[in-house]
Design a protein around this ligand. Sequence first.
Ligand code: HEC
Length: 185
Amino acid sequence: MKSPFFRGRMRISVALLLIGGILLLASCVPSAEDPILSPRLGAVLAQIEADGEIKIEPTAVPLRLVDLPAEQVNAGLPADFATALAAANPANATTISLANGCVGCHNMDPSVVATGPTWYNVADTAANRRPGESPALYLYTSIVDPSAYVVPNYPDNIMLKTFGETLSQQELADLVAYLLAQHTP
Ligand code: HEC
């Protein structure tokens, strides 16, 4: 049998434990002034970074093909290909892409899931893929050397790497002219 004295001690210990627990919990309640927990964290950090002066970076606006002057659309192309592109007929591209299986992996409808990226507005896409590379050069390189730049979330080594040899310069130019025509108005 435990003595009443012992039971009294026990009750005090339990009470002390409870009070301790409550105090511990209370100390965990976040303070709104604490910069790490404050909803103003972003602004506070920006202010610290900018040394008291808050700077807001503008969001990058994607380039559109129509905003580029012609020389920036074609910049950097090999001279012979630039000549072929100037004489290209985009209307031939449907036949060329059917004959070479391009349409098996690429689709004009952006809602269709395909093996390769959509060709919907692909000229605008091309203007933004590699900063500093012209859309025509990007498209040309994507066809003759698909691994030069691998589109995020798409597999490398799926698209044939031989179109640069199997297609004539004029066929390549017709394809690029056609792809360059796919853009927002
Ligand atoms: C077997 C499937 C397949 C075939 C056939 C194919 N491609 Fe592709 N293509 C891909 C894949 C996958 C990618 C993305 C990976 C990469 O960047 O290499 C791609 C990327 C591209 C891109 C870059 C698109 C972008 O959004 O940046 C172009 C342009 C392109 N292909 C053109 C062609 C042309 C033109 C043909 C036919 C002559 C062709 N492809 C045939 C699978 C294919």
